[in-house]
Design a protein around this ligand. Structure first.
Ligand code: CA
Length: 435
């Protein structure tokens, strides 16, 4: 990865799809995220689409109906078949090449617009599925402010464990229960109150969300072959929002000594559109460590990672209770934080994951860990906002919340903004708790 931005990021670029040019749109022509879709209510085969404004460019139709060069047509073939994994394995030259072709085709003045107009569908008329086959899911713990705030609840004098600033902490999550949100069934499990002699089995009483970002691996590494950090960027395909729903009471009882298990594996929700790492180039930031903190070990360090390893993404959590919904009251924002607060970059997380020879595969999902800032308005879970239930928060209608109630809808949103670049968004992911 050498030159970061190119003509596809030009803020002056406009699309012939009018809604893509509206201020504040998540999906201007500079974004071009991939999702897996079909017309709502149809039993058509799934295909990959690209979000543009409030529309989706159906790449199955686009490949059939529009003239493309042989090279672009070959890149579109797996996407027309709904197989994003097969496109991922083609690697960054294909990702960049197709991005350039789609950018030109969707830009104002494109000669392809008369063909592609026939390949658009309103997003509201699309049914979305998971964007790709997710073989494995690993959740990291790179939000140092989250780790510190949570750690303080249990170890006020020593919130961060001694390994935290040296080794990226993670655990193996459950891929099969990843979805796009919607109804999230309250899990049941073992919980034990401090004063009780024995645990009980029953519905989770301390259900929480975690605002995270997910990264899709695009390039596999063979078993036994680590990924040097200089190659890690080329193995990263793109980002989504990730809600790591968490049953805090189950987690507290089960997590020692091996970490989270059933407290996390009942559901994780991602946003449907993968915003590519190429689209995120204008929002790259230097990766720095606070004075006095250890520098990463050499295998997790590179000049590029220091110069541009971090990504500036504003992250938000919104909540609407059933009572608020009935009263016609809009969702309230619970927090706003930024991915630059992560203690490790995506390249470091990927390189560390593969450093023992573990083989990552195209479509594997890496979670960032909860990305909180250092202050209450930036706390990205209810456990932080309510100090583990000790200080409930008050919602606009007067209800209070320590943890999620049935009927609560949690929505994660994210966007990137930078001088000299157009704002782009990651879209959103919503889930509503049901009993
Ligand atoms: Ca998590």
């Amino acid at each position: 990865m050498t030159t970061l931005t190119d003509a596809t990021h030009d803020p002056a670029l406009r699309s012939w799809v009018a809604s893509a040019n509206e201020a504040g749109a998540d999906f201007p022509v500079q974004n071009l995220p991939f999702g897996r879709m079909r017309p709502k209510g149809s039993d058509d085969a799934w295909r990959i689409g690209v979000a543009i404004g409030d529309q989706v460019l159906d790449l199955r139709l686009a490949r059939e109906q529009c003239p493309w060069s042989g090279e672009v047509s070959a890149w579109l073939a797996p996407l027309a078949d709904g197989d994003l994994n097969a496109f991922m394995v083609l690697g960054r030259p294909a990702w960049r090449g197709l991005r350039a072709a789609l950018s030109a085709a969707l830009a104002e003045g494109s000669e392809q617009s008369p063909f592609l107009e026939l390949c658009l569908l309103l997003q509201s008329q699309c049914e979305m599925s998971l964007p790709c086959r997710i073989g494995d899911y690993t959740d990291f713990y790179a939000g140092i402010h989250h780790a510190t705030t949570i750690g303080k609840l249990f170890r006020p004098d020593n919130p961060l464990l001694p390994n935290y600033k040296w080794v990226p902490i993670g655990y193996h999550g459950r891929a099969s229960s990843i979805g796009l949100g919607g109804a999230i069934k309250r899990p049941s499990g073992q919980t034990k109150d401090a004063g009780d002699a024995a645990p009980v089995f029953g519905p989770c009483q301390r259900l929480d969300y975690e605002l995270e970002v997910g990264a899709f691996v695009g390039r596999a590494n063979a078993l036994g072959e680590p990924v040097p950090i200089g190659e890690a960027e080329d193995a990263l395909f793109g980002l989504v929002l990730l809600n790591d729903w968490s049953a805090r009471d189950m987690q507290a009882w089960e997590y020692q000594p091996l970490g989270p298990f059933l407290a996390k594996s009942f559901a994780s929700s991602i946003s449907p559109w993968i915003v590519t790492m190429d689209a995120l180039a204008p929002y790259r930031r230097p990766f720095t460590r606070p004075d006095g903190d250890p520098q990463p070990l050499p295998y997790l360090d590179s000049p590029f990672n220091r110069e541009a390893g971090a990504i500036d993404i504003t992250l938000e959590v919104w909540l609407q209770s059933a009572v608020m919904r009935t009263a016609g009251q809009a969702a309230v924002r619970l927090s706003q934080s930024n991915l630059t607060d992560a203690y490790w970059t995506w390249a470091q997380l990927l390189t560390h994951h593969a450093s023992n020879g573990c083989n990552l595969q195209a479509g594997d999902l890496l979670g960032s860990g909860t990305i909180s800032g250092p202050k209450p308005g930036t706390y990205a879970s209810l456990m932080e906002l309510s100090s583990n239930g000790k200080s409930p928060i008050t919602l606009p209608g007067g209800e209070s919340r320590s943890f999620l109630q049935d009927g609560d809808t949690v929505t994660l949103r994210a966007h990137c903004a930078s001088p000299g670049a157009v704002r782009i968004g990651l879209g959103e992911v919503s889930g509503t708790i049901v009993s």
